[in-house]
Design a protein around this ligand. Structure first.
Ligand code: ZN
Length: 80
């Protein structure tokens, strides 16, 4: 089973892939509408916002937490 390199989500069905393209290593949540992968900054903001909302914490704290989470994933390990 593949795991999204950009957010860590397990990709279990064709519907999890961007544009149903199974050759991709990232999921549809990490892709733009044209199927290209989102940037670190885009994912960072997205994850931070979700984290802040879900856990009712400060956005600045959520942003730090999101950074730590994302940095562990293969897509962002080396570049950042
Ligand atoms: Zn993803």
């Amino acid at each position: 089973m593949k795991m999204c390199i950009a957010c860590g989500m397990p990709m279990t069905s064709l519907g999890d892939y961007p544009l149903h393209d199974m050759s991709k290593n990232y999921c549809k949540h990490c892709a733009h509408n044209d199927g290209t992968m989102k940037t670190f900054d885009e994912k960072w903001q997205e994850v931070a916002l979700r984290y802040a909302n879900n856990h009712h914490i400060d956005y600045s704290i959520a942003k730090h937490t999101a950074y730590v989470i994302l940095k562990k994933l293969p897509a962002w390990k080396r570049k950042w």
